[in-house]
Design a protein around this ligand. Structure first.
Ligand code: SF4
Length: 450
């Protein structure tokens, strides 16, 4: 066995996937990943550098790991700005950027040379996962080709680099074969998947599959697991995926970050569209798949946003009646273009607009949830409740960590990872409650390993 490594994983699902890759490699090389600083001989901190509070959290985590072990390797988004890390923590051993598994491993090797005994290098077929066994994030591309004025991800992560379809599909296959029942497809902009590869084809099980979202998702949906799409931009080709949702092959769920509805604010954000084009797209999707649950995020108080712009956003929300909405008050990200924009909105106005937006959306969400009372919905179980027999899960309209949950009573036989049918008996703006009525048999279309 090689040495003992502590690991701290911060940030978004994309960072989580990087953490899983590093942990998989550590395990593959025989390192033991230990849960406490006391046992660790070196600690890897995977950082987030997206917004100021995340940078602070990352710097504090590095400080804490240093205080306990004295040996820390930093990777991730904040690692793209080593000067910031070294200024606060000059004793850090190495700093590597995001998705740099090889860089982290080289730094680990310098502190703890690997044990080359082949019998210690066994790794589970699904790699090492930080999510529960029944759902997994599937990263299809890294980086972003957009230039949104409030964001520095393209500076941090570079232009989009997609993975070949065959590589993604074999990873998905391994995951489903080893127990994953829900695949969550992620990228900075999933709709643009494969553009950088000019949609080249690669082999998967004897077929050639193009690096393009539509054929990729068709192949994924054939594996028999729930497939959920995140960070989808409303490009025309997304429409080709909606019939798969209507057929029940792909989850009727789209996470579409729209950010605003005023064309003027969107132009300032350097993003396309506006209320009219958003509504046209949403209506076309719902005409094909009425069950579709749309999740979106919005920024209020972007520089130059007037009361009229904001009311346009509220009108849009009332018209679109989206199923899930997340909102943020605009805050500066060091290095973002929008920091220098005139007409910054005072904090108190941002907060007031945020509260108004949330009040409007909560009414819509409550009505939508109340309409589910009496229906029987499929629910994937993530956890046990506090009372005996209770389980906590999610419907097809809910992604883990960001959407609502279902608290259901059962007879005690339901386990984490099961998919069950739940009769809905209660609803709030965010969550549902109900009773487990039956199990949904799990019959994936892959050769299972477990
Ligand atoms: S916010 Fe804009 S620039 Fe930032 S990652 Fe998303 S699409 Fe790319």
């Amino acid at each position: 066995m090689s040495g003992k490594v502590g690991f701290v994983s911060l940030g978004c699902p994309k960072a989580l996937v990087d953490s899983e890759r590093i942990l998989t490699q550590l395990r593959a090389e025989g390192y033991r990943v230990v849960p406490s600083y006391d046992e660790a001989e070196v600690v890897v901190v995977n950082t987030c550098g997206f917004i100021t509070p995340a940078v602070e959290e990352s710097l504090n985590a590095i400080g804490e790991a240093l205080a306990h072990t004295g040996k820390v390797i930093v990777t991730g988004c904040l690692g793209e700005r080593p000067e910031k890390i070294m200024a606060r923590h000059p004793s850090v051993l190495a700093v590597t950027g995001q998705a740099d598994v090889a860089g982290v491993m080289a730094a680990v090797h310098r502190v703890l040379p690997p044990d080359d005994n082949p019998f210690t290098s066994l790794v589970p077929p699904q790699g090492v996962k930080l999510t529960p066994r029944h759902y997994s994030y599937l990263k299809i591309a890294e980086g972003c080709n957009h230039k949104c004025a409030f964001c520095i991800i393209p500076q941090l992560r570079g232009l989009q680099v997609s993975r070949d379809a065959g590589e993604v599909l074999y990873e998905a296959y391994r995951l489903v074969a080893s127990g994953t029942k829900e695949l969550l497809v992620i990228a900075q902009d999933s709709s643009a998947y494969g553009v950088d590869l000019r949609h080249r084809e690669s082999a998967f099980q004897g077929r050639q599959v193009a690096a393009h979202l539509v054929p990729l998702v068709r192949e994924l949906s054939d594996m028999g697991a729930w497939v959920r799409l995140h960070y989808v931009y409303p490009y025309p080709h997304v429409r080709e995926l909606i019939p798969l949702m209507a057929e029940g092959k792909l989850l009727p769920y789209l996470d579409v970050p729209l950010q605003h509805a005023s064309p003027k604010v969107l132009r300032a954000m350097r993003r396309p569209g506006g209320a009219e084009s958003h509504l046209k797209t949403i209506r076309a999707w719902r005409a094909v798949c009425p069950e579709l649950a749309i999740r979106s995020t919005f920024i209020v108080g972007f520089p130059g946003e007037t009361e009229e712009d904001f009311e346009q956003l509220l009108d849009f929300l009332q018209e679109a009646r989206l199923e899930r909405v997340g909102a943020f008050t605009y805050s500066e990200v060091p290095g973002a273009v929008a920091n220098g924009f005139p007409d910054q909105v005072p904090e108190a106005v941002k907060q007031e607009r945020f509260d108004r937006l949330m009040a409007v959306q909560q009414r819509i969400s409550l009505e939508k949830n109340q309409a589910k009372v009496g229906r029987v919905l499929e629910v994937i179980v993530d956890d046990y409740g506090e009372l005996p027999g209770e389980v906590v899960g999610r419907t097809k309209a809910d992604a883990p960590g960001i959407d609502g949950t279902v608290l259901a009573t059962g007879d005690g036989t339901t386990k984490i990872g099961d998919i069950v049918r739940v009769k809905v008996t209660g609803a709030t703006a965010y969550d549902l409650s109900g009773e487990v009525v039956s199990q949904v048999p799990w019959r994936p279309n892959v050769l299972t390993l477990a």
